[in-house]
Design a protein around this ligand. Structure first.
Ligand code: B12
Ligand code: SF4
Ligand code: SF4
Length: 225
């Protein structure tokens, strides 16, 4: 018999999305309930990895605000209904702790850039939704691989930003935003974040150029207004 996880994986893959593991939440995981006041027994993450999402989403990139968030909601809600789950999103406010959940669900840890590093996908992945189940769902075996940052001696990601936004003191968002708003920021706007791009891990899983430009435009709107 095929498992619910396998069927769900197939349902999201039809839209260029991927299951990103799951876990059975404890009280300090801050999981929302599964709807109608029922506790969440299993939380499963949905996201995108490598270039797989873009061909599915690109026809819906309508130039309006939050196009990817709107598409995600329209895509995931019917799947959640079909599998008797409630869905929540990384763009919900106040923000839900998606990165903390990801560290419970799959072998990811913060890179020196802050965004999570995955051993197979490098920095080329993101989270799009969490499905909350009132019934326990069987999950794949835990994957406890270390992340490549642990053994990356040179850390080229830390020196590639033209304005030094990653100095070891965290991410200097105002410095990054100032650069993106200036004429010199064109390199980042068209080629993507230089720091993220400098990472050698899974370089062949980089997003397509159109997807890079789409995310950079959305990011600039978020940090520059
Ligand atoms: C606000 C926000 C931003 C802000 C501020 C980010 C910052 N570094 O200060 C801005 C607009 C600047 C931003 C920028 C970007 N973001 Co952003 N952002 C978010 C958002 C919406 C909320 C983050 C938050 O405040 N969480 C609050 C607490 C409640 O959640 P949390 O899981 O506990 O998160 C924190 C912990 O992970 C903690 N943390 C860090 N290290 C460690 C270590 C340990 C051991 C623990 C326990 C916790 C911990 O720091 C996290 C952030 O504060 C999340 C989506 C989400 N809901 O998580 C995306 C998110 C973090 N962003 C994401 C991305 C990809 C980006 C960008 C690359 C731009 C882009 N969209 O393409 C840049 C790069 C930022 C960078 N280098 O850090 C992805 C990261 C995916 C990944 N691989 O990790 C997320 C998860 C969105 C998504 N859809 O997947 N972002
Ligand atoms: S360059 Fe090295 S330290 Fe930086 S994100 Fe990539 S693997 Fe991690
Ligand atoms: S987008 Fe450009 S300015 Fe901003 S952190 Fe990345 S490399 Fe630096």
């Amino acid at each position: 018999m095929t498992s619910l996880y396998a069927n769900l994986s197939e349902a999201v893959a039809a839209h260029g999305l991927a299951l990103r593991g799951g876990f059975h939440p404890a009280p300090d995981d801050a999981s929302p309930d599964a709807g109608e006041g029922r506790a969440t027994r299993t939380l499963v993450l949905v996201g995108n990895v490598g270039p797989d999402l873009w061909p599915h989403f690109a026809p819906h990139a309508d130039g309006g605000r939050d196009a990817l968030d709107r598409w995600t909601r329209a895509t995931i809600e019917p799947i959640a209904d079909r599998f008797a789950a409630r869905c929540v999103f990384p763009f919900d406010t106040p923000p839900l702790p998606f990165q903390r959940w990801a560290m419970r669900a799959e072998p990811v840890r913060p890179s020196p850039l802050g965004i999570l590093m995955h051993p197979d996908h490098g920095l080329w992945h993101a989270y799009r939704a969490a499905l909350l189940f009132a019934e326990a769902v069987d999950l794949p075996s835990p994957d406890a691989r270390p992340i490549p940052c642990d053994t990356c001696a040179d850390k080229p990601c830390l020196t590639a930003c033209p304005v030094g936004a990653f100095s070891g003191q965290g991410y200097d968002v105002p410095a990054c935003a100032g650069h993106l708003a200036s004429p010199e920021g064109i390199g980042c706007m068209t080629g993507g974040c230089r720091a993220r791009d400098a990472c050698p891990v899974a370089a062949d899983r980089n997003y397509a150029p159109d997807q890079i430009r789409f995310h950079m435009a959305a990011f600039k709107r978020a940090v520059c207004g």
